[in-house]
Design a protein around this ligand. Structure first.
Ligand SMILES: *Cc1c(COP(=O)(O)O)cnc(C)c1O
Length: 454
């Protein structure tokens, strides 16, 4: 299909008709995008045939890379058998049944049920509905407030964007009145003179303080990503999650772990809650569950919540036309087959992640790197002019944006969040591919330093 137009024709048609997500529309008309028309393994290719090493696994989702014929075959088989049927009104379909069973088996033992959606955003909307239903049935309808964190990302529907903690997004619409935010555990940016451990405790205790201020009897749930992804790969200090867990154990509020990024081996265990030892009552998943090849998300529901919402009559007035879509579920089953057969969790934990992290942490020696964070197959670096004062490269400008463009010039997709550069590479990388990625990162950092005359 792509052969029928030149790159310029694609770009002109695209900027004429297509409003892109999280994009400055005016900027996009002035500087058109790259049209990606082919992908293989860890590489993507644009219509000019230029190759890029995709250090973001798409949008955090293609964890097994782009070449997984088994998933495509499963999808094709399902197309032949049953391309669509819904799960409303006393119906189900085989892939949805199989996937629900599979997810319940592979997630931590408290999870007994799943609700399917098409995306992480819809799954977090679903969380709000499930939480409300739970407290209503428990005769505590005044428990309405959902606590979340600054720089969290939970999706882009009205509800999910309200849960998220991006002020520039909140300024563009009216957020839900019953969502309240506490600070995030970004020690480098917010820690001041505190040690990482001290700051981690302080950030965790903000949750306790907020619960007391608003009244435990008014709080329904706390939602958080194990590691905040889109907010800049914020790996919390080691003291953070144990202290949050203590607080959650003492308080009667539900905990939602948003594992849309951290799920399915990204952190070196199957789920981020296992990495950090937390015990969520609800868990959001999406993205890597189908390796990004089909839209699918959902909520894992613990026995604590499921036993309440399934034991009393009355219809749950919520669901999507494509909840439990047979083709998306078939893609997920094939993806989980690969993750399990190839021992992806063990390979990440024992080999790929230690190798990546040893190389990644060494970036701390680079002249414009003020701080390095990383865990599992996630990493971020903070760009600075002065390591001691944390002075930015260009206070009036996004140096991250400049660095990202220099990455592109070097055939590398690395994402910028403000002046943090972040990666979420494929879990299936080998050592020499990690070396190649790091060489490109270092070259782009050198050129960024040169650009800002450091
Ligand atoms: C991407 C993401 C979402 C939203 O998922 P969509 O499928 O884009 O709706 C929610 N939570 C987290 C942590 C995410 O990274």
């Amino acid at each position: 299909m792509s052969k029928t137009r030149t790159t310029q024709q694609w770009q002109e048609l695209d900027s004429k008709n297509h409003l892109h997500p999280f994009t400055d529309f005016d900027g996009y008309i002035k500087k058109p995008g790259r049209i990606i028309n082919r992908a293989e393994h860890i590489y993507i290719y644009d219509t000019d045939g230029t190759q890029f090493l995709d250090a973001m696994s798409g949008l955090w989702c293609c964890s097994l890379g782009y070449s997984q014929p088994e998933i495509a075959e499963a999808v094709q088989r399902q197309f032949q058998e049953l391309p669509y049927y819904n799960n409303f009104f006393q119906c189900s379909n085989a892939p949805a049944v199989e996937l629900a069973d599979r997810l319940v088996q592979m997630t931590p033992e408290q999870f007994t049920h799943v609700f399917f959606t098409n995306s992480g955003s819809e799954a977090n909307d679903t969380n709000i509905r499930l939480v409300r239903r739970y407290w209503d049935l428990k005769n505590q309808p005044e428990k309405r407030i959902i606590l979340s964190r600054t720089n969290g990302y939970h999706g882009s529907t009205i509800a999910a964007a309200s849960l998220g903690g991006f002020s520039f997004v909140h300024k563009q619409f009216e957020t839900l009145p019953y969502v309240d935010h506490i600070g995030d555990p970004n020690w480098y940016c917010n820690g001041g003179e505190l040690s990482a451990e001290e700051f981690g405790l302080q950030a965790a205790r903000e949750l306790e303080k907020r619960i007391d201020e608003l009244g435990e009897e008014n709080i329904a749930a706390f939602i958080a990503e194990p590691i905040q992804g889109a907010g800049g790969v914020i790996v919390p200090p080691d003291s953070y999650w144990p202290e949050v867990s203590r607080i959650l154990k003492e308080r009667d509020i539900l905990f939602i772990s948003d594992e849309v990024i951290c799920g399915f081996a990204r952190t070196g265990k199957m789920f981020g809650c296992e990495t950090y030892g937390t015990e969520p009552d609800l868990m959001t998943f999406a993205k890597a569950v189908t390796n990004g090849f089909q839209p699918l998300g959902g909520v894992m529901v613990s026995d604590k919540v499921a036993s309440v919402i399934t034991s009393q009559g009355g219809e749950f007035g919520h669901g999507f036309t494509y909840s439990g879509h047979p083709i998306a579920c078939a893609a997920a089953l094939a993806t989980l087959d690969i993750i399990e057969r190839e021992n992806i969790v063990d390979r990440v934990a024992s080999d790929v992640s230690p190798y990546l992290q040893s190389k990644w942490m060494a970036l701390a020696d680079h002249p414009i790197v003020g701080h390095v964070r990383g865990l599992g197959m996630l990493g971020s670096i903070e760009l600075v002019r002065n390591k001691a004062t944390k002075e930015r490269l260009a206070p009036e400008q996004s140096a991250g944006g400049v660095c990202r463009e220099l990455c592109i010039d070097n055939g590398l997709v690395m994402r910028a969040v403000g002046d943090s550069m972040i990666i979420s590479p494929q879990l299936i990388m080998n050592h020499s591919e990690i070396d190649t990625m790091l060489e490109k990162v270092i070259r782009a950092l050198d050129q960024t330093a040169e650009h800002y005359s450091v």
